[in-house]
Design a protein around this ligand. Structure first.
Ligand SMILES: CC(=O)SCCNC(=O)CCNC(=O)[C@H](O)C(C)(C)COP(=O)(O)OP(=O)(O)OC[C@H]1O[C@@H](n2cnc3c(N)ncnc32)[C@H](O)[C@@H]1OP(=O)(O)O
Ligand SMILES: O=C([O-])CC(=O)C(=O)O
Length: 464
């Protein structure tokens, strides 16, 4: 296995190494010769300083860009193009998140062989789903009912005990030119351990910590997330929800879809920006991403995924007909008039329906028989026909359309993920792929510590 790992590592590295010199030179030239060039529409106003820096173009991020109307592009590729071109489960046109990781890291579409190599590389690092002893013990000692995101962030931070980057930095055996190599090592290790981490956390909240499934090193990352959550049919897990073989395959493909498309959303979102910011102090990838997870755990960001399910379940309990727009509209108005947000709607950048929501919706539409009797899924599908008009009339939010969190939770719940608080932990697996890829590039480029200037009220007052 060790021999195979070395070969796999060099393949990913050789592709990266081919790209690095040209990219480094491009960045250095920009910095040296064009550092004074102003960025159009990047003016900083009092409004933006007081308004969450909305619209300020001030973060360098390579792998994804977000267009307000068209949504996310991964190295220029739309979700549909990724579904067409990235290797994955051919039966369901569903790419593996490992192919997405390759794309994010290298900027290139991997071949099937390269994707399989990365799958093996991650499986080798996962050590059959065994966690380092200190992390295992730490998780055992946390209360089972502590929020899964808190447990995940703590566990990820604890993995820094084995950080190659931190060790190399302490020992003085690495330098600015090769920081990226141990950052890559740590990032791949972190990603490889996520199925075991979330499997363990899920077992704690559902079964007092007793294992729900086993790691299968011949399978992909998403499959292992599902089986370690006890949710595959076919021998690798307890399959406590009695999923049929077809449902099990669909659930694994839902996991691949979800973890593939939530991987990155350019640099300004809270989880990505936090990872990037903390990493800029040369904190290792475990500490950096642990901080990102803590940001993801906020209800205006990733935690909205859990809030949406709660909201749909509550709405279902108080309206009589999930297909009646009038009843839905009245319910939404009651929520808005008590000054609550409609979770899963609105966005800081998007001004249109989130194409990630669309992709999740299409997953459900392709399986209409499976979902036809699920009132929560039906409500999720009806809501986009009602909520935008209500939000427009309400007149506050800039984007009245559904975002990615609108659909995911109820689909997971349908297959038996009934522990709503856990849903954001699955988001936490996915989001590792983008910000950690960027962290590798941050080190390749030798980006400096982030340190913007702050202003107090008096200083702002003087400007007017
Ligand atoms: C993976 C993700 O992070 S996707 C986002 C997940 N979050 C959610 O779904 C939570 C619900 N949505 C929201 O709270 C917001 O739309 C956010 C946080 C996503 C974006 O926030 P902003 O960029 O500040 O939105 P925007 O500029 O449109 O806000 C203007 C006003 O509309 C309100 N608003 C925005 N979205 C909504 C909503 N879904 N329901 C009700 N009111 C809303 C804001 O609270 C704000 O009110 P205020 O002026 O009283 O403070
Ligand atoms: O882009 C944002 O601000 C929030 C979001 O949708 C994400 O991070 O996936």
């Amino acid at each position: 296995m060790m021999h195979r790992r070395l070969i796999h590592t060099s393949t990913l590295r050789s592709v990266l190494k081919e790209t690095i010199p040209e990219r480094r030179e491009q960045l250095l030239k920009l910095k040296k010769f064009h550092g004074q060039v102003k960025i159009p529409a990047g003016d900083i106003t009092i409004g933006s300083v007081l308004g969450g820096m909305r619209g300020n173009k001030s973060i360098f991020w390579q792998s994804t860009t977000l267009d307000p109307m068209d949504g996310i592009k991964f190295h220029g590729m739309t979700i549909k193009q990724c579904q067409e071109q990235l290797p994955g489960d051919a039966n369901d046109h569903q790419f593996y998140p490992e192919s997405m990781l390759w794309l994010l890291l290298t900027g290139k579409v991997p071949t099937v062989e390269q994707t399989n190599e990365l799958i093996s590389e991650l499986n080798g690092r996962a050590e059959n789903g065994r966690l380092p002893e200190c992390t295992e013990k730490l998780l055992d000692n946390l209360p089972n009912n502590m929020h899964p995101m808190t447990q995940l962030a703590i566990a990820v931070a604890s993995l820094n005990y084995g950080s190659q980057f931190a060790k190399g930095y302490q020992a003085g055996t690495i330098n600015k030119l090769n920081y990226w190599e141990s950052t890559l090592e740590d990032s791949l290790t972190l990603i490889s351990r996520l199925p075991a981490l979330v499997g363990k956390i899920y077992s704690k909240i559902t079964q007092d910590g007793s294992p729900l499934g086993q790691f299968n090193s011949s399978k992909d990352w998403s499959y292992n997330i599902c089986s370690l959550m006890g949710m595959t049919a076919g021998g690798d897990s307890l399959n406590n929800n009695n999923l049929s073989p077809q449902q099990s395959q669909d659930f694994v493909n839902l996991m691949r879809l979800y973890t593939g498309i939530h991987a990155d959303h350019e640099g300004g979102n809270v989880s990505a920006h936090t990872t990037h910011l903390v990493g800029s102090a040369l904190s290792d990838p475990f500490l950096s991403y642990s901080s990102g997870l803590m940001g993801l755990a906020g209800p205006l960001h990733g935690l909205a995924a859990q809030e949406v399910v709660r909201f749909l379940v509550e709405m279902n309990g108080s309206i009589k007909n999930v297909n009646d727009p009038k009843q839905i509209s009245e319910y939404l108005w009651s929520l808005l008039s008590s000054n609550r947000v409609i979770p899963g709607y609105g966005h800081a950048v998007l001004r249109n329906t989130d194409p990630r929501f669309q992709a999740m919706l299409e997953f459900a539409e392709r399986r209409s028989d499976e979902f036809k009797d699920d009132a929560n899924v039906q409500l999720m599908m009806t809501l986009p026909k009602v909520a935008p008009a209500v939000l427009k009339e309400h007149g506050k939010c800039k984007n009245p359309y559904p975002n990615v969190d609108s659909a995911s939770g109820v689909l997971f719940q349908h297959y038996g993920v009934t522990q709503l608080l856990f849903i954001t932990a699955i988001f936490g697996c996915s989001r590792a792929l983008g910000p950690l890829s960027q962290l590798v590039w941050d080190r390749i480029y030798g980006l400096p510590i982030e340190r913007p200037k702050s202003m107090d009220l008096e200083a702002l007052q003087k400007l007017v």
